[in-house]
Ligand binder design. Structure first.
Ligand SMILES: [Zn+2]
Length: 747
């Protein structure tokens, strides 16, 4: 491999910097051109991408070829106001290949004979569903039969009191917005008898391509029901309940799927998912049976205020679907709380959500509710969707992913996300949310290429591609999972973990010491210590030593750096790089000094064995980074990631701005996606507009024998010049507005 200096020399000879950038983009400003010529591509640390996958020769299921998904979510009023032809024409014009049509279960959109399947009051015995299916099929669009099993009406409740979810006092649970509708219990026969009757009826009357349930299973939480059946189950929120909950989901999923296939073998059932890293159903189990991952992650809400909420969901899908179909629903309407179901959201925000869908490897799916006065009183959403979807249509091969080439794996501890209570802090889910976002933010700011890895998929074959595996307070890990991580380290992998990682087993039983204590060389020395006033500090041992450790790079003129809000104290280790200065009073300032300025308690524990590097932080560092934004903690995380990976990168993107980066192997070659989050609205509310960032220099080392034909910027619609030296490809993206995709075509 060339070192950086040698590379600069040879590349300068091969392609004079100015020449390389001069013929790029006619709209590029002089300032950008100048800036571009000053940023040099970097060869340092670049490792070759893996050998390319063999082309797929077997035929793939039909849904794998779908690239655009459409839905006008139908209201009871729509049969009176929706023009079916106009509806079909709009969606067909967007290039959508499949469309959701409502069967429902709450209200029938066809003359259903299933008992308690109430006809909408504007239906008048008309076959509205059938007309919609015919209009879609006439345009060669496939049809998803959309059902909603979560709510039903008083007459059903009277006849079947056992169908309802119950409160502790035995009263039925009702929709908070519409108290005429009761909530159905997923353990009741409502799901076995009523829903299956609807699927059978649809199969007997129509030619639909697959079946889908909205509103079930719960997206990101577990139900709390006290009906006669649920009272016999383990208490909700426990690991035992989670298993029963999962068993029931899989039982129903497979039952509905078998019914779908009774009509057509290539039909299938799928359900509402989403929920990102804190999804309700066990995603490992689900990923094995799902033919379609429906990410119901429609837009930013108060809790998920980060702009990257959709691409984070995409990383979850990549982790569990192994290349099978995944689509993310972008709401064209106004998501959030309060949210407006019938008003378009900011076009910049809706477009970014669609950008993220594609960048993270999912299929865009656009959605509005209701068709008052045509396709809605507010029709502004239509152009946003058409523009985006039609643009994608030009580049389907480049936008279809084969696999991620990332070299860092982040363990998504789904059971920790759902069941771990946090260190006495409520609500617990918020705690893990902050932890997850803190690491995500650090990875983005460092422009690292990373994947999520599900806790139940830590097998050696899957982990082999990762130079480092990160465990951000993955509190719950089974003995087997600990063993898999141990094997990964033995094979030369690097790991980072924090706080209570592996302190609990898969049943939330607390261990006497960390399950990974031996791997990390750490041992617990007490219980969690929080913050009262000043959090703890990390003292840099030997700050003046000539040979500073890479973890300390950039920490000059200071002996202390901030610790985290909470820590689990560790027993002393030999030669700690940093030690804990315990927290103390912040006010009054008279007392703001440490009672003990020096301790033997480690603030980080590092190990090195062959190629494997290991870092343990006793504090909830990722979370503290998120809630404070302290640059020292971010720097420490970045330094640690650099050290763990030996500064190895599979793709490097140098330039200004807060950017999320994805790099995919594709059929035509590779695709590097850049999402520009450099925006005052990145962490709050919605994007109002985008703010252009300047040149981004992309470097990646291609496998031997791969030859590059062209590099095309799919948003700008231009080709860019590229240099290649010893398989190190580099090129410049002159600027990025909201999104750019560099599509690399190979010979
Ligand atoms: Zn129940």
């Amino acid at each position: 491999m060339l070192n950086r200096r040698a590379f600069l020399k040879t590349s300068a000879a091969a392609i004079p910097a100015t020449a390389a950038f001069s013929a790029l983009d006619p709209v590029k400003t002089l300032a950008e051109e100048e800036a571009a010529s000053k940023i040099a591509p970097s060869a340092a640390g670049m490792v070759a991408l893996p050998d390319r996958l063999a082309p797929v020769t077997a035929s793939v299921p039909w849904q794998q070829k779908i690239r655009r998904v459409a839905q006008s979510n139908m209201t009871e009023h729509d049969p009176a106001v929706m023009n079916v032809e106009e509806w079909a024409e709009y969606w067909h014009s967007t290039g959508s290949e499949i469309i959701f049509v409502s069967v429902t279960g709450i209200l029938a959109f066809y003359p259903s004979k299933v008992k308690f399947h109430r006809h909408g009051k504007f239906l008048n015995n008309r076959d509205f569903f059938g007309e919609c299916v015919a209009a879609a099929k006439k345009r060669n669009m496939r049809v998803v039969a959309r059902m909603s099993p979560d709510l039903n009406w008083g007459d059903a409740l009277e006849a079947h009191p056992e169908w309802a979810m119950r409160n502790k006092d035995g009263s039925a649970q009702f929709s908070t917005e519409e108290p005429r509708l009761f909530k159905t219990c997923m353990f009741s026969t409502y799901m076995d008898d009523y829903m299956t009757a609807i699927i059978r009826e649809i199969n007997s009357l129509y030619d639909v391509d697959c079946f889908y349930t909205n509103g079930w299973p719960p997206i990101g939480s577990l139900p709390d029901c006290h009906c006669a059946i649920c009272n016999k189950l383990p208490p909700t929120g426990t690991t035992a309940y989670w298993r029963v909950f999962n068993d029931r989901i899989f039982e129903l999923w497979q039952k509905y799927d078998a019914l779908a296939k009774e009509k057509k073998p290539d039909s299938f059932f799928f359900a509402n998912l989403g929920g990102s890293v804190h999804a309700g159903p066990n995603l490992d189990r689900l990923g094995k049976i799902a033919a379609w991952y429906q990410a119901d992650n429609q837009g930013r809400t108060y809790e998920d205020a980060a702009v990257w909420g959709c691409s984070q969901q995409g990383r979850v899908c990549t982790a569990i679907m192994d290349g099978k179909f995944a689509a993310n629903v972008t709401a064209a309407y106004s998501t959030g709380s309060p949210g407006w179901r019938n008003a378009s959201k900011n076009p910049a925000e809706a477009t970014m959500w669609l950008n993220e869908t594609l960048a993270s490897g999912m299929v865009p799916y656009y959605h509005f509710v209701g068709s008052e006065n045509g396709l809605g009183e507010d029709r502004r959403w239509q152009k946003t969707g058409s523009d985006f979807l039609r643009w994608t249509e030009k580049y389907d091969p480049h936008l279809t992913t084969r696999r991620s080439v990332a070299n860092i794996g982040v363990v998504m501890g789904q059971s920790t996300q759902l069941l771990y209570p946090g260190p006495g802090l409520k609500p617990a889910r918020r705690y893990m949310h902050e932890t997850t976002q803190g690491l995500y933010d650090a990875l983005l700011r460092g422009r690292f290429a990373f994947d999520y890895v599900h806790e139940d998929r830590l097998d050696a074959a899957r982990l082999r591609k990762y130079r480092a595996l990160l465990l951000p307070n993955i509190a719950m890990l089974s003995d087997r999972q600990c063993e898999q991580i141990r094997d990964y380290v033995k094979a030369g992998g690097s790991i980072m973990a924090s706080f209570e990682t592996s302190l609990y087993d898969e049943n939330m039983n607390k261990r006497a010491d960390f399950g990974l204590a031996d791997v990390f060389g750490v041992s617990k020395a007490g219980e969690v210590i929080g913050t009262n006033g000043n959090p703890y500090y990390a003292r840099i041992e030997k700050p003046d030593a000539a040979q500073k450790h890479p973890l300390l790079e950039g920490f000059v003129d200071t002996n202390w750096i901030p610790g985290a809000q909470n820590r689990l104290p560790l027993k002393p280790v030999e030669n700690p790089l940093m030690t804990v200065v315990p927290g103390f009073v912040r006010y009054p300032p008279e007392l703001a000094y440490p009672p003990a300025s020096h301790t033997a308690e480690p603030a980080v524990v590092l190990r090195e064995s062959g190629a494997s590097r290991i870092a343990w932080f006793p504090g909830d560092l990722e979370r503290t980074s998120w809630i404070t934004g302290h640059g020292d903690i971010l720097r420490l995380l970045h330094n640690t990631l650099g050290w763990l990976t030996h500064d190895e990168r599979v793709v490097r993107v140098d330039g200004d701005g807060l950017v999320e980066m994805f790099c995919w192997e594709t059929d035509p070659g590779y695709a590097v996606h850049l999402l520009n989050y450099t925006n005052p609205d990145a962490q709050h509310g919605w994007l109002q507009s985008s703010f252009r960032i300047g040149p981004q220099i992309v470097s990646m080392k291609l496998p031997a024998n791969v030859r590059v034909k062209s590099v095309q910027l799919l948003k700008a619609g231009t080709n860019v010049q590229f240099g290649i030296q010893n398989q190190l490809l580099h090129f410049t993206i002159p600027h990025v507005d909201d999104y750019e995709v560099a599509a690399i075509s190979i010979a």
